[in-house]
Every structure is written in structure tokens, then in C-alpha cells.
Write a protein that binds this ligand. Structure first.
Ligand code: GDP
Ligand code: MN
Length: 434
């Protein structure tokens, strides 16, 4: 049995993450930053592996990390035609452009040699699509799959929908293309089935969706069967969204998932260990990964005041108050509940590794955290890292008196602050002076 304190700490962590995520992302987009990804996302090939394990029909494929591997995979597939697909987490790859000059992140060819040549121009290069930052995202892997002819492309997605308090299946016979455009120009071509999570998907619902998508004859049963299997997968893996575009049909009469995008409920990590272990962090900023290694949450912003905080509320308040006082945060580092001295040291190391940082503001409320531990971590980090930028510290809560004594008697040039307002003012002033 976990202790009540551990349970409370865990609950606090979940609440913090939930609250922190959307608001910080909003702040970040206000600050002109694009966040391609912060939470578990799988590449197409990983999603398709899960799908195929659950009876969902996908094409045969291999994954390659070099052009040579891609060529070998193409030969091994021994297919009439091959489709080569760059693996990045953003969509719109088909119409994307590489900084190698190559156009298109999805290519069809009958010649394995061409697969090798194309892969050469994909791997190691950035692919820019409508959904990536301007400079694109580096391609580390390609998927080499057996191409199938497509006679019709439809759209299918299953998502956890807040307004319905449960899963909804969304489909359109107009697939392949940007679904937002379809929704805007022909909303009558978007169909929805609301699923009762306790009753599960009904045959009649799967059939009706298959029909709305335009599958006829025996294809209708096949499509309904695939929809049910996708729904079961969705539930079993704690997905928040499974999107298949195109959900297509072949001239031979098969319903196939040609593309796949799965999003997960990050709070389900504890029961989806195998899936979370597949997490490909290569598209994260390196500093985010480094922070995650020490159980710290890092969010980069574009100002010059580094913020070292604990908790979502405090993070947002700190951000707001810095703005109000005419400053701009450079980043956030959020400490968890059970902080250790070593973590504080790592946190400082990360914060100061950002060349934009001209001052550091520590704003920690010791509820679960003991302020003295933070104070010891701070003084140790200051000495060992030979901190060059002004440091303003506001500590409050458990054992704060001892913490203040530690800071004061350290002889280090640390500026204490009595409250958040005071801390923000001092941090902004220290940057302005420069
Ligand atoms: P996205 O552009 O990132 O969404 O990548 P997709 O996997 O959806 O591929 C883009 C487009 O390439 C699809 O909409 C299809 O039209 C086409 N495509 C993908 N795989 C195949 C295939 O096996 N055969 C054929 N004929 N077209 C394919
Ligand atoms: Mn697609």
C-alpha cells in the first residue's frame, strides 16, 4: 500500500501536469513558439505495429535508419510496388519538402534502387510540412512498405471527446485530404457516432459508420469490422485519439489503414508501460529530455529570466507577474514534489545552459518540498557552477526560516525576495541594469 503522503503527492503531480500543460502551451504559442510535441507520440510505424497486433489491416512494412537498410528492406518486401514514407510525428508529409531539396515525404516506386536513392535524400534531412515548424523536423527513420492501389480514400478517427464525456467515432467519405477543410467546406460530409463507453461499440454503429463512409457490399462488413477493431485498440491502449487518414479501399476489395496517428492519455503511463517504452524522444528538444531524466519538467520560452518553480499554479503566476513587471521568462523548470538536493543542482545546470538566461528567479513554495533542501541545493549549485547571472530567491513554506539562514550565511550574492511581486520586480530590475 502506498502511504497517504505518496498518494497525495501523486495526485498533486497529476493535477499539476493537467493544469500546466494547456496553459504553458498557450503561453508558449503567445511567445511565438511552436511546440510540435511534448507528450507521448508514436511514429506511424509504431502505431501500425500496435494496429496489426490488434487485427487491424495495415500494409507489410519494414523500418530503416539508413539508405542501405531502406534498399535492403525494399528488396526483402518483394512487392510489386513500394511506398517509402518519412517518419516524423507531423502529418501532411505527402506534400512536405525536405531541406535536401526532395519534394514529398511519401513516395511510390516499383524499383528498390530508387527506394535507396530517395531514402538517401530523406534520412538526416529536415522535412517541413504544414504541421511542422518552418525549418521542419529531422527524419531519422523511414518506413518501407508494400504499396497497394487505392480506389477510394475515406477518413476515420476515434477520439475521447470532452463534450460527449466519452469516445466518438468521426468519419468522412472525403478522406486523404485535410479533414479540417472538409469540415469547413462540407460539414454534411462529416459523420459522428457517439459511443457509450460502458456498452461499447454496437454492431449497428459500426455498420452505419461504414455505410456513411461509402463502403458498399462486402466492403461494408469489412469496414465495420475494422472500425470495431480500431475501437477495441483505442480502449485497450488508453488512447485519446486514433486517426486513420486515409482509411482506404483497394481495387481488390480490401479495407486498409494507409496512415496512422495515435495519441495517448499520459496519465495511463503506469498501465501502458510497453507503449510508453516505445516513446521516441528524438523530436523533443534535447534540454527537455535532459530535464525529464531528473524528473524535472522544462519548458522553453523566449525571454531572458529563467524561472525555477514548483507547481502549475506557481509557474503561471510567476510567468504572469514577470510579464506584468515588464520582463519576459526565458524558460520554466518545474520541480516535482519529492525534491532532492541533486535535482536542484541539475535544475540550475539546465537553466544556466540556456545562453538567453540573464537572471534566475527561484519561486518555490515548500508544501511537500522542504525549503532547506532547496536552499542547500541552490548554494551548492551556485558554488559549483560559478553562477554568473543574478539570482533572486523567494522561498515560502515548510522550514523556510532555516532555508533563509542557509542562503544568508552562504555569503553568496543571492537576492532574497519577500514575496512573488518583490521577486519579479527584483529579477526584472537585475536584467534591465545590464
Ligand atoms: P501524410 O501526408 O503525412 O498524411 O501521409 P499518408 O500516409 O497519408 O500519405 C499521403 C498520401 O499518399 C495518402 O493520402 C495516399 O494518397 C498516398 N499513399 C500512401 N500510401 C499509399 C499506398 O500504399 N498506395 C498508394 N497508391 N498511395 C498511397
Ligand atoms: Mn495521412
Amino acid at each position: 500500500m502506498a502511504s497517504p503522503v505518496a498518494i497525495a503527492a501523486q495526485a498533486g503531480k497529476l493535477l499539476r501536469e493537467r493544469a500546466l500543460r494547456p496553459r504553458l502551451l498557450a503561453v508558449r504559442s503567445q511567445a511565438g513558439h511552436f511546440t510540435p510535441r511534448r507528450w507521448l507520440n508514436l511514429q506511424e510505424y509504431q502505431s501500425k505495429k500496435l494496429m496489426s497486433e490488434h487485427g487491424v489491416r495495415v500494409q507489410r512494412f519494414f523500418v530503416a535508419s539508413t539508405a542501405k537498410e531502406a534498399l535492403e528492406a525494399a528488396k526483402r518486401l518483394n512487392a510489386k510496388e513500394i511506398v517509402l514514407k518519412a517518419q516524423i510525428l507531423a502529418g501532411g508529409r505527402g506534400k512536405g519538402v525536405f531541406d535536401s531539396g526532395l519534394k514529398g515525404g511519401v513516395h511510390l516506386t516499383k524499383d528498390p534502387q530508387v527506394v535507396g536513392q530517395l531514402a538517401q535524400q530523406m534520412i538526416g534531412y529536415n522535412l517541413a510540412t504544414k504541421q511542422t515548424p518552418k525549418e521542419g523536423v529531422k527524419v531519422n527513420k523511414v518506413m518501407v512498405a508494400e504499396a497497394l492501389d487505392i480506389s477510394r480514400e475515406t477518413y476515420l478517427a476515434i477520439l475521447m471527446d470532452r463534450s460527449h464525456n466519452g469516445p466518438v467515432i468521426v468519419g468522412s467519405p472525403q478522406g486523404g485530404v485535410d479533414i479540417e477543410e472538409v469540415a469547413a467546406s462540407s460539414p454534411e460530409l462529416i459523420f459522428k457516432e457517439q459511443i457509450d463507453i460502458f456498452e461499447g461499440i454496437k454492431d449497428s454503429q459500426a455498420q452505419r459508420m461504414a455505410e456513411n463512409l461509402g463502403f458498399l457490399g462486402s466492403l461494408k462488413n469489412q469496414a465495420a469490422d475494422q472500425i470495431k477493431k480500431l475501437y477495441h485498440l483505442f480502449l485497450k491502449i488508453d488512447a485519446t485519439q486514433v486517426e486513420v487518414n486515409p482509411f482506404g479501399e483497394t481495387p481488390e476489395g480490401q479495407v486498409v489503414c494507409f496512415d496512422a496517428k495515435i495519441n495517448f492519455d499520459d496519465n495511463a503511463e503506469f498501465r501502458q508501460k510497453d507503449i510508453f517504452a516505445m516513446d521516441d524522444k528524438s523530436e523533443n528538444e534535447p534540454i527537455e529530455n535532459e530535464a525529464a531524466r531528473y524528473d524535472l519538467k522544462y519548458i522553453g520560452l523566449d525571454g531572458n529570466i529563467a524561472c525555477f518553480v514548483n507547481g502549475a499554479g506557481l509557474a503561471m503566476a510567476t510567468c504572469d507577474i514577470i510579464f506584468l513587471n515588464g520582463g519576459k521568462p526565458a524558460n520554466f523548470l518545474d520541480l516535482g514534489g519529492g525534491v532532492k538536493e541533486a535535482q536542484v543542482y541539475q535544475a540550475f545546470k539546465l537553466l544556466t545552459s540556456d545562453p538567453k538566461v540573464e537572471a534566475i528567479l527561484v519561486n518555490i513554495f515548500g508544501g511537500i518540498v522542504n525549503c532547506a533542501i532547496i536552499a542547500n541545493g541552490i548554494t551548492k549549485a551556485c558554488r559549483e557552477l560559478e553562477l554568473k547571472v543574478p539570482l533572486v530567491v523567494r522561498l515560502e513554506g515548510t522550514n523556510v526560516q532555516e532555508a533563509q539562514n542557509i542562503l544568508k550565511s552562504s555569503g553568496l550574492p543571492i537576492t532574497p525576495a519577500v514575496d512573488l511581486e518583490d521577486a519579479a520586480k527584483k529579477a526584472v530590475a537585475s536584467v534591465a541594469k545590464k
